[in-house]
Design a protein around this ligand. Sequence first.
Ligand code: CMP
Length: 392
Amino acid sequence: MTLRQRVYAVLDSERLSPAARRLRAAEIIAILAGLTSVAAGTIDGLATGARALAAGATGVVATLFLVEYLIRLWVAPEAPHHSDVSDTRARLRWARSGEGIVDLLAVIPVIAVASGGPSSAPDSASMFVLLWVLKLAAHAPGVELIIRVVYNERRALGAVLVLFIIALLSAATLLHLAEEAGQPDEYGSIPASLWWAIVTLTTTGYGDVVPKTVFGRTVAGGVMVCGVAVLALLAGILATGFAEEVKRREFVRIWELVARVPFFAEVGAVAISDIVGRLRSRNYPSGAMILRRGTPGDAMYFIVSGEVEVRVGAQPVYLRDGAFFGEMALLDRRPRSADVVAVSACTLLILNVAEFYQIAGQQPALVQAIEAEAKRRHADNRTRSAPPVVDD
Ligand code: CMP
């Protein structure tokens, strides 16, 4: 692996490696530190020392972003979707992409800092906040999820928006008719009444403009109720959209992990899709105690990556990628027969006991394969003369 490939692997936002995660977290911390220093620099009564500190921090963060931009430009040819073009063209493509433009905008403060620093021009410094907020939005986890949810729910959200516009225009027109005579400045035209309508419909209610006639107040009551209903609808649509999108992503993630466990390769696609929805994944650090001998069996585990040590008898057994454990307690309905400890960092898929029995009913072949292995392990343990586990 070349140095450029290694750097790309860490910078690639799609990767979930610990180094990539750490870098992303550091990047977000740097953006937040930059935003704080710029915001602090705009406070009028700040002491000279604190102002200089804020300006210095802004400069450091801006320089870090410049270095990051140059590195991202350098590694751009490593992106899989740039494999068919020359290095220069790949870099140009990246520079013109949304991510490239946002990162370039974030570098603009470097020029400002170099030519006098934000301490000398606090107003221009506040512009950095907008540029760095943009960078935060582009790199923060979850922002992409929100955009996806809004896109997925665009039809339902569009329908609510139409409802909102209808309510807004009706409210403004009715209030204009009711209040025009008494309050010509506030309700003299429909556009002027729109301010009251939007403040009321969004349930903000500044109270700067209020209806005085009985009819106006009656309409206002209806508009307030409509406002609550529209907001409730919006919240419901977004919450459902979020739950569905998160579930979909989790399904795809687990599906990819399941594909790495050879045991599941023999099961058909339909059966796998049935199992995937019932599994959850968990990472264990090296040395973690995963199962303790004598405790009740509540789940079984499939190893996606890593190695575990099963402490049976004098000679432990080591299980690696693709193997499973924790099945004996579920099949025998007895406590755990051994301690199981992670000897390296592990990613495991976990199938809880209730789901295990449901699958046993629907996928007998799968459970038979697990039973056959459990039988072999029982025989193996007898030869190891492991001390028996006593039921409570
Ligand atoms: P369980 O008894 O639920 O918890 C401990 C697990 O260790 C057990 O299920 C098996 O999955 C695993 N195990 C026990 N004995 C052996 C063995 N001889 N070889 C491999 N795995 C074992």
